[in-house]
Design a protein around this ligand. Structure first.
Ligand code: CAA
Length: 379
């Protein structure tokens, strides 16, 4: 048993922390207010190798692991949760299934430019009528010679409109239920593909979330990911790891809120002494720090399991469940510690609180995480 991070992990943490403080934090509030994605930030992440952390160098990555990737998402989210989820969806929702299920040709053609940050990845599973019940999707893919013709729409797509490459799930044989779903790689310049409504959101406002639409969208059969009928399994396996990326995002959000609340509580004097020295506030900070540490340990454990090639689906659902709830609780307490000031946009904690909420919803609601965990421990 060893809880010490390796030199490589410490180095990546320091590099991402410096980058986040210097390049991401200064515009985080402004981008949130303007609902503005900044491609320059993504390009700079690419220069640092952050857009391909776990992928081997032969696919344009830096050959590190899932723990390093989680540390990067955590440090980015500590200052800007939108930037954290941009990287998370790009890496674990779009890059991962191509890395795991893609042919050599698909990896060179799609994963490599994504890892190098030349292209951005997205993931299309959710539909207006199928959120938690992902197997209820209606988007179809009908074979026509060397192509599949996709029709339907996907909603709540993180990186929607900015992504160049989407991993999309569609029904190829409705009679086969889960086994009649297939996965496809769809490039954004494919005729018949379009970007629909952009959501106006409570939080993660500088991460674009859109609808994507397929109208007789002809995708080469060579872009099918994995075998025909394997799509639902690919979607679920992708989420197994993706959820831990969201756990890392939640840990970062919570830590960012704790950092701000701690600094404030040490400065803010009421009743003749800093509020941090008043037990009511001091104990809040202690509980916040303890929950974050527990969430971080769960997250790192799941990342370590995945990096070691061990089963991690249950642990990843647990980390997402616990870290998401921690982020919501900690950010709410941070606003409370700031009092009236915390309710204004003069301080970052209201943004952290708004950003935290989504970590209890996307990549499977907290209720779905409980379903996954309970099924795994009772099967
Ligand atoms: N790994 C491999 N296979 C899996 C699996 C997994 N984790 N989970 C399920 N499967 C397989 C099952 O073994 C089963 O296969 P067989 O038919 O061969 O037995 C098949 O898939 C169907 O499984 P279930 O019967 O368990 O399926 P279900 O319909 O009951 O659904 C569910 C299970 C867990 C509820 C699933 O629908 C689910 O995860 N829902 C939540 C969807 C979700 O998380 N959406 C997030 C969207 S992405 C997003 O949010 C991104 C973002 O914005 C950043």
């Amino acid at each position: 048993m060893n809880f010490k991070l390796s030199e490589e992990h410490e180095m990546i943490r320091k590099m991402v922390r410096d980058f986040a403080r210097n390049e991401v934090a200064p515009t985080a509030a402004e981008r949130d207010e303007e609902e503005r994605f900044d491609r320059e930030i993504f390009n700079k992440m690419a220069e640092l190798g952050l857009t391909g952390i776990p992928w081997p160098e032969e696919y344009g990555g830096i050959g590190s692991d899932y723990l390093a990737y989680c540390i990067a998402v955590e440090e980015l989210s500590r200052v800007c949760a939108s930037t954290g989820v941009t990287l998370s969806a790009h890496t674990s929702l779009a890059g991962w299934p191509i890395y795991k299920f893609g042919s050599e040709e698909q990896k060179q053609k799609f994963l490599r430019p994504m890892a190098l940050g030349e292209k951005i990845g997205g993931y299309g599973l959710t539909e207006p009528g199928s959120g938690s019940d992902a197997g209820g999707m209606k988007t179809t893919a009908r074979r026509d010679g060397d192509e599949f013709i996709l029709n339907g729409s996907k909603i709540f797509i993180t990186n929607g409109g900015i992504a160049d490459i989407y991993v999309v799930f569609a029904v190829t044989d409705a009679a086969q239920k889960h086994k009649g779903t297939s996965a496809f790689i769809v490039e954004s310049d494919t005729p018949g593909f379009s970007v629909g409504k952009k959501e106006k959101k409570l939080g993660i406002r500088s991460s674009p979330t859109t609808e994507i639409i397929f109208e007789d969208c002809r995708v080469p059969a060579a872009n099918m990911l994995g075998a025909e009928g394997e799509g639902f399994k690919i979607a679920m396996m992708t989420l197994d790891g993706g959820r831990n990326g969201i756990a890392a995002q939640a840990v970062g959000i919570a830590q960012g809120a704790l950092d701000a609340a701690t600094d404030y509580a040490k400065e803010r004097v009421q009743f003749g002494k800093p509020i941090a020295q008043q037990q009511g506030v001091g104990f809040k900070l202690a509980d916040m720090a303890t929950s974050i540490e527990a969430a971080r340990l769960l997250t790192y454990q799941a990342a370590w399991l995945e990096s070691e090639g061990l089963p991690y689906g249950k642990e990843s659902a647990m980390s997402k469940l616990f870290a998401g709830d921690t982020a919501m609780k900690v950010t709410t307490e941070a606003v409370q510690i700031f009092g009236g000031y915390g309710y204004t946009k003069d301080y970052p904690v209201e943004r952290y609180m708004r950003d935290a909420k989504i970590t209890q919803i996307y990549e499977g609601t907290q209720e779905i995480q409980r379903l996954v965990i309970s099924r795994m421990i009772t099967k």
